[in-house]
Design a protein around this ligand. Structure first.
Ligand SMILES: Cc1cc2nc3c(=O)[nH]c(=O)nc-3n(C[C@H](O)[C@H](O)[C@H](O)COP(=O)(O)O)c2cc1C
Length: 384
């Protein structure tokens, strides 16, 4: 073999550098630990929806986990979204035949098997390679859009949604600016290179800025129309016949404006406590919205729903159904589609049991008298 040949052979079998060796070992370790984690998840009996969060935290890179988990600023509302549920107690009825329980619900004319649906959460591919596909397979997903400055872009998105067979549009109205999620700012959250905003491909929306603070905040700030108003809700109706759900209502005043402006439904939501901190928990705001809607349109709720008992409480306060956000991304991260299925099944089972133990055999049996809220307790003690 000539010297030249030898050199060439050598160059194709370059000696591993220390850096490469470390990388190989880290990759092996990574594979091993994710295999171990998968094994642990398989063996561990997951008994409630909340347990998926710890698994997701273990499994995901910190920046991704933080993006999913965090709320705005002090995260007071984030905590309150859960705690407010725990202050509502039951007034169960007894000796009612609960051998058959029907959880079927009708949402905007469509029959679904239970009043539990999946909220729109962005960027699910950071949780699992199958991302939104897996979630959509695990449940029939509802579509969402945000209104961008360029109405032409919105129109194209609406056409796509119509073509794809979406049955409704959830118009998110609580995001004229992105809330301050300090974890994202600290992590300098940016879109990972393997992830694109597929919906916007070909629409020339520009790339996410990778500069100083939260990359997502910069991106959304550049694209979202801060001047969005009720006029735009009317405009949206002029370009589509799909029913429009206004997502992000927290007050009686806005509930009646939403109805006046043609909303087919209202979602009481604080964006999973990711926007304005110190707004009330959604379960606390629900009743005033329901009262204001006066049965003219259905009212839904999302935010902190983690138990079948939470679903029951929301329905007792007048919701027609609930949506879940984080439990989906966390279970997706832990176990992909199987995880999301399990989450829906666990909530279904818990909700069914709550109905049975409260003496309700169908959704219409669930009434305001089945629960007692802090304001009821105040009212009762003021009369003593
Ligand atoms: C990671 C993440 C991304 C979200 N992305 C969106 C979004 O793109 N559009 C939107 O309307 N709401 C979005 N939301 C809010 C959810 O639709 C929903 O309101 C909230 O997650 C419900 O609260 P929960 O997570 O406590 O169940 C997002 C929430 C999370 C956690």
């Amino acid at each position: 073999m000539t010297k030249q040949h030898e050199r060439r052979r050598f160059s194709t079998y370059a000696l591993p550098t220390l850096e490469n060796q470390i990388k190989v070992q880290m990759d092996e370790l990574g594979n091993k630990s994710s295999r171990l984690l998968a094994l642990a998840v398989e063996r561990m009996e997951i008994t409630n929806v909340m347990e998926y969060e710890a698994i997701a935290k273990e499994k995901l890179p910190k920046m991704f986990y933080d993006y999913y988990a965090s709320g705005a600023e002090d995260e007071w509302t984030l905590q309150e979204n859960r705690e407010a549920f725990s202050r509502i107690l039951f007034r169960p009825r007894i000796l009612i035949d609960v051998s058959k329980i029907d959880m079927a619900a009708t949402v905007l004319g469509f029959k679904i098997s239970m009043p539990i649906m999946i909220a729109p959460t962005a960027m699910q591919k950071m949780a699992h390679p199958d991302g939104e596909y897996a979630t959509a397979r695990a449940a029939s997903a509802a579509g969402t859009i945000m209104v961008y400055k360029d109405r032409n872009v919105v129109e194209q998105l609406v056409r796509r949604a119509e073509k794809a067979g979406f049955k409704a549009i959830a118009l998110t109205v609580d995001t004229p600016r992105l809330g301050r999620r300090e974890a994202d700012i600290k992590n300098r959250f940016t879109l990972p290179p393997f992830l694109t905003l597929k919906n916007f491909e070909g629409l020339n929306l520009g790339k996410m800025d990778k500069t100083d603070d939260s990359g997502l905040a910069s991106y959304v700030a550049g694209q979202i129309d801060r001047s969005l108003s009720w006029k735009d809700v009317l405009w949206l109706q002029s370009i589509t016949s799909l029913p429009i759900l206004v997502k992000g209502v927290l007050t009686a005043e806005d509930a009646s404006l939403a109805i006046q402006n043609g909303a087919a439904g209202i979602i009481v939501s604080n964006h999973g406590a990711r926007q304005l901190d110190y707004v009330p928990a959604t379960i606390t705001a629900l009743e005033e919205v329901v009262k204001s809607a006066q049965g003219r349109v259905p009212v839904f709720l999302d935010g902190g729903v983690r138990r079948g008992t939470d679903v029951f409480k929301a329905l007792a306060l007048g919701a027609s159904g609930v949506f879940i956000g984080r439990p989906v991304v966390f279970s997706l991260a832990a176990e992909g589609e199987v995880g999301v299925r399990k989450v829906l099944q666990m909530l279904r089972d818990e909700f069914e049991l709550t109905m049975a133990l409260s003496g309700c055999v169908s959704l219409k049996d669930i009434t305001r008298n089945h629960i007692i809220t802090p304001s009821d307790r105040k009212y009762m003690s003021s009369r003593l």
